[in-house]
Design a protein around this ligand. Structure first.
Ligand code: KG4
Ligand code: ZN
Length: 335
Protein backbone atom coordinates (compact mmCIF):
# COMPACT_ATOMS: atom_id res chain seq x y z
CA UNK A 1 0.00 0.00 0.00
CA UNK A 2 1.07 3.53 -0.74
CA UNK A 3 2.24 5.43 2.33
CA UNK A 4 0.82 8.85 3.12
CA UNK A 5 2.99 11.74 1.92
CA UNK A 6 2.49 14.90 3.96
CA UNK A 7 4.00 18.32 3.38
CA UNK A 8 4.44 20.10 6.73
CA UNK A 9 4.83 23.85 7.21
CA UNK A 10 5.86 25.56 10.46
CA UNK A 11 6.17 29.32 11.06
CA UNK A 12 4.97 29.78 14.66
CA UNK A 13 8.06 31.55 15.97
CA UNK A 14 11.46 32.30 14.44
CA UNK A 15 12.08 29.32 12.15
CA UNK A 16 10.57 29.08 8.68
CA UNK A 17 10.34 25.35 8.08
CA UNK A 18 8.94 22.84 5.58
CA UNK A 19 9.27 19.08 5.37
CA UNK A 20 8.00 16.01 3.55
CA UNK A 21 7.28 12.97 5.73
CA UNK A 22 6.24 9.52 4.51
CA UNK A 23 3.91 7.33 6.55
CA UNK A 24 4.20 9.63 9.56
CA UNK A 25 7.56 8.13 10.45
CA UNK A 26 10.08 8.70 7.68
CA UNK A 27 11.65 12.08 6.93
CA UNK A 28 12.18 12.65 3.20
CA UNK A 29 13.26 16.27 3.74
CA UNK A 30 13.45 18.68 6.67
CA UNK A 31 14.32 22.26 5.74
CA UNK A 32 14.68 24.92 8.44
CA UNK A 33 15.55 28.58 7.75
CA UNK A 34 16.54 30.06 11.11
CA UNK A 35 16.17 33.76 11.85
CA UNK A 36 18.20 33.70 15.07
CA UNK A 37 20.86 36.05 13.67
CA UNK A 38 18.22 38.73 12.93
CA UNK A 39 16.76 38.62 16.44
CA UNK A 40 19.98 38.24 18.43
CA UNK A 41 20.80 41.93 18.68
CA UNK A 42 17.38 42.57 20.22
CA UNK A 43 17.89 39.87 22.85
CA UNK A 44 14.75 37.98 21.84
CA UNK A 45 12.31 37.32 19.01
CA UNK A 46 10.80 40.51 17.56
CA UNK A 47 7.36 39.49 16.19
CA UNK A 48 7.28 41.98 13.31
CA UNK A 49 10.74 40.96 12.11
CA UNK A 50 9.75 37.29 12.38
CA UNK A 51 6.69 37.83 10.15
CA UNK A 52 8.71 39.66 7.51
CA UNK A 53 11.28 36.88 7.36
CA UNK A 54 8.57 34.23 7.07
CA UNK A 55 7.01 36.09 4.13
CA UNK A 56 10.35 36.23 2.36
CA UNK A 57 11.32 32.63 3.08
CA UNK A 58 8.24 30.44 3.08
CA UNK A 59 7.84 29.71 -0.64
CA UNK A 60 11.57 28.96 -1.07
CA UNK A 61 11.58 26.71 1.98
CA UNK A 62 8.55 24.76 0.69
CA UNK A 63 10.13 24.40 -2.76
CA UNK A 64 13.39 23.24 -1.21
CA UNK A 65 11.57 20.67 0.94
CA UNK A 66 9.85 19.22 -2.15
CA UNK A 67 13.11 19.25 -4.14
CA UNK A 68 15.10 17.52 -1.42
CA UNK A 69 12.35 14.91 -1.04
CA UNK A 70 12.36 14.48 -4.84
CA UNK A 71 8.60 14.84 -4.90
CA UNK A 72 6.28 17.15 -6.80
CA UNK A 73 3.39 18.89 -5.07
CA UNK A 74 1.02 16.65 -7.06
CA UNK A 75 2.41 13.58 -5.27
CA UNK A 76 1.65 15.06 -1.84
CA UNK A 77 -1.51 13.76 -0.09
CA UNK A 78 -2.14 16.74 2.21
CA UNK A 79 -0.67 19.96 3.55
CA UNK A 80 -0.24 20.15 7.35
CA UNK A 81 0.47 23.52 8.96
CA UNK A 82 0.93 24.85 12.49
CA UNK A 83 -2.22 26.84 13.31
CA UNK A 84 -1.18 27.71 16.92
CA UNK A 85 -0.06 28.47 19.50
CA UNK A 86 2.64 30.99 18.62
CA UNK A 87 3.07 34.55 17.36
CA UNK A 88 -0.09 35.46 15.46
CA UNK A 89 1.67 37.34 12.65
CA UNK A 90 4.17 34.53 12.23
CA UNK A 91 1.52 31.79 12.25
CA UNK A 92 -0.55 33.67 9.66
CA UNK A 93 2.22 33.41 7.07
CA UNK A 94 2.39 29.62 7.30
CA UNK A 95 -1.38 29.19 7.46
CA UNK A 96 -1.93 31.37 4.39
CA UNK A 97 0.89 29.69 2.45
CA UNK A 98 -0.64 26.29 3.27
CA UNK A 99 -4.13 27.42 2.28
CA UNK A 100 -2.85 28.85 -1.03
CA UNK A 101 -1.01 25.62 -1.90
CA UNK A 102 -3.96 23.45 -0.83
CA UNK A 103 -6.39 25.53 -2.86
CA UNK A 104 -4.22 25.78 -5.98
CA UNK A 105 -3.45 22.04 -6.08
CA UNK A 106 -6.75 20.77 -4.62
CA UNK A 107 -5.09 19.10 -1.64
CA UNK A 108 -6.58 18.52 1.83
CA UNK A 109 -5.52 21.05 4.46
CA UNK A 110 -4.75 20.05 8.07
CA UNK A 111 -4.22 22.46 10.98
CA UNK A 112 -1.76 21.14 13.56
CA UNK A 113 -1.16 22.17 17.18
CA UNK A 114 2.48 23.13 17.68
CA UNK A 115 2.85 21.04 20.84
CA UNK A 116 1.29 17.99 19.18
CA UNK A 117 4.05 18.51 16.62
CA UNK A 118 6.79 18.58 19.26
CA UNK A 119 5.43 15.34 20.72
CA UNK A 120 5.15 13.65 17.29
CA UNK A 121 8.82 14.47 16.57
CA UNK A 122 9.38 11.34 18.66
CA UNK A 123 7.45 9.16 16.20
CA UNK A 124 10.14 9.96 13.62
CA UNK A 125 12.44 7.98 15.98
CA UNK A 126 10.28 5.26 17.58
CA UNK A 127 6.75 3.92 17.17
CA UNK A 128 4.51 5.17 19.98
CA UNK A 129 3.28 2.87 22.77
CA UNK A 130 0.24 3.92 24.78
CA UNK A 131 -0.37 5.13 27.39
CA UNK A 132 2.61 7.43 27.10
CA UNK A 133 3.78 10.51 28.95
CA UNK A 134 5.39 13.40 27.15
CA UNK A 135 7.52 16.09 28.76
CA UNK A 136 7.33 19.18 26.56
CA UNK A 137 9.95 21.79 27.44
CA UNK A 138 10.44 24.70 25.06
CA UNK A 139 10.76 28.49 24.99
CA UNK A 140 6.99 28.84 25.22
CA UNK A 141 5.86 25.65 26.96
CA UNK A 142 6.47 23.37 29.91
CA UNK A 143 3.89 20.62 29.98
CA UNK A 144 3.35 17.01 30.95
CA UNK A 145 0.98 15.51 28.41
CA UNK A 146 -0.66 12.08 28.78
CA UNK A 147 -1.60 10.28 25.56
CA UNK A 148 -3.82 7.21 25.66
CA UNK A 149 -4.03 6.97 21.87
CA UNK A 150 -2.97 8.73 18.68
CA UNK A 151 -4.25 12.29 18.50
CA UNK A 152 -5.53 12.28 22.10
CA UNK A 153 -3.87 14.69 24.53
CA UNK A 154 -4.47 15.25 28.24
CA UNK A 155 -2.41 17.98 29.86
CA UNK A 156 -1.72 16.71 33.40
CA UNK A 157 0.66 19.51 34.38
CA UNK A 158 1.85 22.82 32.99
CA UNK A 159 3.78 25.92 33.99
CA UNK A 160 1.93 28.58 35.94
CA UNK A 161 4.28 31.34 34.85
CA UNK A 162 7.50 31.11 32.81
CA UNK A 163 8.29 28.21 30.50
CA UNK A 164 11.55 26.39 31.26
CA UNK A 165 13.24 27.77 28.12
CA UNK A 166 11.98 31.25 28.94
CA UNK A 167 13.60 31.01 32.39
CA UNK A 168 16.86 29.89 30.73
CA UNK A 169 16.72 32.82 28.30
CA UNK A 170 15.94 35.39 31.03
CA UNK A 171 18.68 34.14 33.35
CA UNK A 172 21.12 34.11 30.44
CA UNK A 173 20.22 37.69 29.62
CA UNK A 174 20.97 38.74 33.22
CA UNK A 175 24.35 37.05 32.91
CA UNK A 176 25.02 39.01 29.72
CA UNK A 177 24.87 35.92 27.47
CA UNK A 178 23.51 36.13 23.89
CA UNK A 179 20.03 35.01 22.81
CA UNK A 180 18.92 32.25 22.91
CA UNK A 181 20.58 31.71 26.26
CA UNK A 182 19.68 28.06 26.96
CA UNK A 183 22.68 26.50 25.20
CA UNK A 184 25.09 29.01 26.83
CA UNK A 185 23.84 28.30 30.37
CA UNK A 186 24.01 24.58 29.55
CA UNK A 187 27.65 24.91 28.50
CA UNK A 188 28.61 26.98 31.58
CA UNK A 189 26.75 24.57 33.85
CA UNK A 190 28.90 21.67 32.60
CA UNK A 191 31.97 23.53 33.90
CA UNK A 192 30.53 24.73 37.23
CA UNK A 193 29.31 23.14 40.48
CA UNK A 194 25.76 23.46 41.83
CA UNK A 195 26.96 24.96 45.16
CA UNK A 196 24.68 28.04 45.30
CA UNK A 197 21.41 27.49 47.15
CA UNK A 198 18.39 28.18 44.94
CA UNK A 199 14.68 27.34 45.44
CA UNK A 200 12.68 24.51 43.88
CA UNK A 201 8.99 25.13 43.28
CA UNK A 202 7.28 21.83 44.15
CA UNK A 203 3.85 23.53 44.52
CA UNK A 204 0.97 21.64 46.22
CA UNK A 205 1.46 18.01 47.07
CA UNK A 206 0.65 15.82 44.08
CA UNK A 207 0.65 18.71 41.61
CA UNK A 208 2.29 18.16 38.23
CA UNK A 209 2.36 21.90 37.55
CA UNK A 210 5.57 23.90 37.28
CA UNK A 211 6.72 27.39 38.22
CA UNK A 212 10.04 28.91 37.21
CA UNK A 213 9.60 32.64 37.82
CA UNK A 214 10.60 32.40 41.50
CA UNK A 215 13.79 30.58 40.58
CA UNK A 216 14.56 33.15 37.89
CA UNK A 217 14.06 36.02 40.40
CA UNK A 218 16.19 34.20 42.93
CA UNK A 219 19.09 33.93 40.47
CA UNK A 220 18.80 37.64 39.64
CA UNK A 221 18.70 38.57 43.35
CA UNK A 222 21.68 36.37 44.16
CA UNK A 223 23.63 38.09 41.42
CA UNK A 224 22.65 41.61 42.51
CA UNK A 225 23.32 40.93 46.19
CA UNK A 226 26.79 39.68 45.38
CA UNK A 227 27.42 42.76 43.25
CA UNK A 228 26.35 45.04 46.09
CA UNK A 229 28.71 43.31 48.48
CA UNK A 230 31.44 43.79 45.91
CA UNK A 231 31.80 40.02 45.50
CA UNK A 232 32.44 38.28 42.21
CA UNK A 233 30.12 35.27 41.86
CA UNK A 234 31.33 32.37 39.77
CA UNK A 235 29.01 32.47 36.75
CA UNK A 236 29.66 28.80 36.06
CA UNK A 237 28.55 27.81 39.56
CA UNK A 238 25.47 30.01 39.27
CA UNK A 239 24.59 28.43 35.90
CA UNK A 240 25.14 24.94 37.35
CA UNK A 241 22.98 25.74 40.40
CA UNK A 242 20.16 27.16 38.25
CA UNK A 243 20.30 24.18 35.89
CA UNK A 244 20.28 21.73 38.81
CA UNK A 245 17.15 23.34 40.24
CA UNK A 246 15.32 23.22 36.88
CA UNK A 247 16.32 19.60 36.26
CA UNK A 248 15.44 18.44 39.80
CA UNK A 249 11.87 19.69 39.46
CA UNK A 250 11.38 18.61 35.83
CA UNK A 251 12.68 15.09 36.32
CA UNK A 252 11.12 14.46 39.74
CA UNK A 253 7.65 15.48 38.55
CA UNK A 254 8.06 13.60 35.27
CA UNK A 255 9.06 10.43 37.12
CA UNK A 256 6.02 10.74 39.39
CA UNK A 257 3.70 11.32 36.40
CA UNK A 258 5.15 8.33 34.52
CA UNK A 259 4.50 6.06 37.51
CA UNK A 260 1.07 7.42 38.43
CA UNK A 261 -0.31 7.05 34.88
CA UNK A 262 1.51 3.80 34.10
CA UNK A 263 3.20 5.24 31.03
CA UNK A 264 4.98 2.73 28.79
CA UNK A 265 7.01 5.44 27.13
CA UNK A 266 8.40 8.80 28.09
CA UNK A 267 8.75 11.10 25.09
CA UNK A 268 10.77 14.28 25.55
CA UNK A 269 10.10 17.25 23.30
CA UNK A 270 10.92 20.92 22.72
CA UNK A 271 14.07 23.02 22.53
CA UNK A 272 15.10 22.49 26.17
CA UNK A 273 15.25 18.74 25.45
CA UNK A 274 18.59 19.69 23.84
CA UNK A 275 19.94 20.37 27.35
CA UNK A 276 22.87 18.08 28.19
CA UNK A 277 22.20 18.10 31.93
CA UNK A 278 18.53 17.24 31.42
CA UNK A 279 19.30 14.43 28.95
CA UNK A 280 21.87 12.96 31.33
CA UNK A 281 19.51 13.01 34.31
CA UNK A 282 16.67 11.49 32.29
CA UNK A 283 18.96 8.66 31.15
CA UNK A 284 20.12 8.06 34.76
CA UNK A 285 16.53 7.98 35.96
CA UNK A 286 14.87 5.89 33.24
CA UNK A 287 17.49 3.74 31.48
CA UNK A 288 17.30 0.98 34.10
CA UNK A 289 13.53 0.87 34.24
CA UNK A 290 11.98 -1.98 32.28
CA UNK A 291 8.40 -0.70 32.47
CA UNK A 292 9.05 2.53 30.60
CA UNK A 293 11.06 3.40 27.50
CA UNK A 294 12.76 6.80 27.30
CA UNK A 295 12.79 8.48 23.87
CA UNK A 296 14.64 11.76 23.27
CA UNK A 297 14.87 12.96 19.67
CA UNK A 298 18.14 14.29 18.23
CA UNK A 299 18.68 18.04 18.62
CA UNK A 300 17.45 18.89 15.12
CA UNK A 301 14.06 17.37 15.95
CA UNK A 302 13.87 18.91 19.46
CA UNK A 303 13.86 22.51 18.25
CA UNK A 304 11.18 23.90 15.93
CA UNK A 305 10.94 22.09 12.58
CA UNK A 306 8.27 21.06 10.10
CA UNK A 307 8.90 17.30 10.07
CA UNK A 308 7.20 17.16 13.47
CA UNK A 309 4.21 19.08 12.06
CA UNK A 310 3.99 16.68 9.10
CA UNK A 311 4.24 13.71 11.51
CA UNK A 312 1.40 14.99 13.71
CA UNK A 313 -0.56 15.97 10.58
CA UNK A 314 -0.26 12.42 9.25
CA UNK A 315 -2.24 11.07 12.21
CA UNK A 316 -4.96 13.73 11.74
CA UNK A 317 -5.07 12.89 8.03
CA UNK A 318 -5.39 9.16 8.69
CA UNK A 319 -8.10 9.86 11.29
CA UNK A 320 -10.05 11.75 8.63
CA UNK A 321 -9.62 15.19 10.18
CA UNK A 322 -9.58 18.06 7.71
CA UNK A 323 -9.46 21.84 8.02
CA UNK A 324 -11.36 24.08 5.61
CA UNK A 325 -10.30 27.37 4.05
CA UNK A 326 -11.60 29.19 7.12
CA UNK A 327 -8.52 27.83 8.96
CA UNK A 328 -7.00 30.72 10.87
CA UNK A 329 -3.93 31.38 12.99
CA UNK A 330 -4.84 30.85 16.64
CA UNK A 331 -2.11 32.12 19.00
CA UNK A 332 -3.88 30.69 22.07
CA UNK A 333 -4.93 27.33 20.58
CA UNK A 334 -5.59 24.64 23.23
CA UNK A 335 -4.10 21.17 22.88
O1 KG4 B 1 11.15 24.43 20.89
P1 KG4 B 1 11.96 25.64 20.64
O2 KG4 B 1 12.96 25.62 19.51
O3 KG4 B 1 11.05 26.88 20.36
C1 KG4 B 1 9.82 27.05 21.02
O4 KG4 B 1 8.80 26.48 20.54
O5 KG4 B 1 9.86 27.72 22.08
O6 KG4 B 1 12.70 26.01 22.03
C2 KG4 B 1 13.57 27.11 22.16
C3 KG4 B 1 14.02 27.19 23.61
C4 KG4 B 1 14.80 28.47 23.94
O7 KG4 B 1 14.26 29.02 25.14
C5 KG4 B 1 16.23 27.98 24.15
O8 KG4 B 1 16.97 28.76 25.05
C6 KG4 B 1 15.98 26.59 24.70
O9 KG4 B 1 14.91 26.10 23.93
N1 KG4 B 1 17.17 25.73 24.56
C7 KG4 B 1 17.86 25.24 25.60
C8 KG4 B 1 18.96 24.51 25.07
N2 KG4 B 1 18.88 24.58 23.71
C9 KG4 B 1 17.78 25.33 23.41
N3 KG4 B 1 17.64 25.35 26.93
C10 KG4 B 1 18.51 24.75 27.75
N4 KG4 B 1 19.58 24.04 27.32
C11 KG4 B 1 19.85 23.89 26.00
N5 KG4 B 1 20.90 23.19 25.60
ZN1 ZN C 1 8.45 24.88 19.63
Amino acid sequence: TKQTLILGIETSCDETAASVVRGGTEILSNVVASQIESHKRFGGVVPEIASRHHVEQVTYVVEEALNQAERTIEEIDAIAVTEGPGLVGALLIGVNAAKAIAFAHEKPLIGVHHIAGHIYANRLMKEMKFPLMSLVVSGGHTELVLMKDHGSYEVVGETRDDAAGEAYDKVARTLGLPYPGGPHIDRLAQEGKPVIKLPRAWLEEGSFDFSFSGLKSSVINTLHNAEQRGEQLDTKDLAASFQESVIDVLVTKTERAVSQFGAKQLLVAGGVAANKGLRERLHETFDDREDVELVIPPLSLCTDNAAMIAAAGTISFEQGKRSDYALNANPGLEL
